[in-house]
Design a binder for this molecule. Structure first.
Ligand SMILES: NC(=O)c1ccc[n+]([C@@H]2O[C@H](COP(=O)([O-])OP(=O)(O)OC[C@H]3O[C@@H](n4cnc5c(N)ncnc54)[C@H](O)[C@@H]3O)[C@@H](O)[C@H]2O)c1
Length: 415
């Protein structure tokens, strides 16, 4: 088959590679010329796809900014961003642009699948009308489905093949066609009765995580007052062999998904006079967590007789999670801004993020910076950092990820 992928980011690139590695021709279309040049030259900037892996695909993977290349594809999979607009409402600009682009080059017999996370109804309301203008009938002249991407960047045990793929077509024939295409690269494909069911299943997964993370973050704020170690509590609860699923507190939720996707549902619900209170509450608690963490750093400095104003604070890890360079919605950025507004001199060390352009900061050498810092705060626990060594060399260490748990040290303050 010839598979067109629209959007070659964290989601689209691994998917294109999976199809190419399965022996199909993958045609990646992206509006970002610099990405097209980079990927076309065999270089990858997405951690899950090494450059050697990309280069090994040879002719089976091509990157282009010419949408015409999509016209002879058997299937076109849309993997473009679905952010929130300024008023925290869904911004479907990229999805609509993709729909128009595809409508301009579409030919009879093609399958189009939306993979971007969105509210239930998007595939039917936004994509279907654009494609039907061609005069072709859905389920006959072309096929249309929704299939949520569930990839977790940085996770090696569940990549495209090992992550079951949910698929919901506009018609039964659309579902059947999409199941056949994804079966080429996924060990298990899970058909559902409609695109709406598939769209909502993805939001349920993300909201489930957001609500549970909010629950442990709220508990961490409470155990701070009760002087109980939240990590000990969670470790103990997690020994229950059934009915409990572990979630860890942290400095706040980041990434392109959890802080954003739940509000796609809130928007849709409001159109039906319905208020998704769990979503709102979880969002409120998770968004307050970075500020709680700043107060934790402030309190730790206070306990050793230092004010935040003028203190040298070293942040360890600024990407939103360990092992990736993604800065989208990263809580470290909020923590840095807030510490600076209180007068702290902030520096950071992150092996994956060489600079923070907006903050005017560059990642500093770990050894020298630790020796110089009044407080070191672990915000993202990247692999490869020696935590015992950090404990030994920090004047004051604030651990917001629980990497020091189980050990009590006078210079360590934990979330
Ligand atoms: N990153 C994740 O962990 C993850 C996981 C599951 C689902 N998702 C969802 O997948 C979708 C894509 O996310 P991502 O992280 O891959 O985004 P990304 O920003 O990494 O990549 C998106 C790519 O789409 C390109 N693009 C934008 N408009 C385009 C257009 N009109 N035509 C062609 N290309 C266009 C951009 O240039 C960019 O390269 C989002 O809906 C997201 O919510 C993301």
């Amino acid at each position: 088959m010839r598979i067109g992928i629209v959007g070659l980011g964290y989601v689209g690139l691994p998917l294109a590679v999976a199809f190419a590695e399965a022996g199909h021709d993958a045609v990646g279309y992206d509006v970002d010329r610099s990405r097209v040049d980079l990927l076309g030259g065999g270089e990858s900037d997405i951690e899950d796809v090494g450059s050697e892996r990309l280069a090994a695909l040879g002719e089976r993977f091509t990157a282009t900014d010419d949408a015409g290349a999509l016209s002879d594809c058997d299937a076109i999979l849309i993997c473009v961003p679905t952010p929130l607009a300024a008023a925290r409402e869904p911004d479907l600009t990229y999805v609509r642009e993709s729909a128009e682009t595809i409508a301009g080059v579409m030919r009879e017999g093609q399958l189009v699948v939306l993979e971007s996370t969105t509210y239930p109804g998007t595939t039917r309301e936004e994509l279907l009308p654009a494609f039907e203008r061609s005069g072709l009938k859905v389920g006959e002249g072309f096929h249309l489905a929704y299939s949520p991407e569930r990839i977790d960047p940085g996770r090696s045990d569940h990549q495209v093949a090992e992550t079951p793929k949910v698929v919901g077509g506009i018609t039964a024939a659309c579902t059947e066609r999409a199941v056949a295409v994804y079966s080429e690269v996924c060990n298990e494909v899970v058909p559902v009765s409609s695109p709406e069911a598939a769209e909502l299943s993805k939001l349920l997964e993300n909201i489930f995580r957001s609500v549970n993370i909010a629950l442990v973050n709220e508990l961490a704020q409470l155990t701070d007052r009760l002087d109980i170690d939240i990590w000990e509590v969670i470790d103990a609860a997690a020994t229950k062999p059934f009915g409990f699923m572990r979630f860890d507190p942290g400095p706040g939720m980041g990434g392109h998904c959890l802080p954003i996707d739940p509000f796609y549902l809130t928007f849709k619900a409001r159109q039906h006079d319905f208020y998704t209170e769990f979503v709102e509450l979880a969002g409120k608690i998770n968004q307050s967590q970075p500020l709680f963490c700043v107060s934790k750093i402030q309190g730790a400095l206070n306990d050793v007789g230092k004010a935040v104003k003028g203190a040298r604070v070293l942040i360890i890890g600024v990407s939103y999670k360990a092992g990736v360079a993604d800065l989208r919605e990263a809580p470290a950025l909020k923590i840095i801004r807030h510490l600076r507004s209180l007068g702290a001199e902030v520096s950071y060390h992150d092996p994956l993020v060489p600079r923070l352009k907006r903050e005017g900061l560059e990642s500093v050498d770990l050894d020298a910076a630790v020796a110089d810092a009044d407080a070191v705060a672990i915000v993202t626990a990247h692999p490869g950092i020696d935590w015992d060594d950090l404990i030994a060399r920090s004047a004051l260490l604030v651990d917001l990820r629980g990497v020091t748990r189980g050990d009590d040290h006078e210079n360590v303050v934990r979330l």
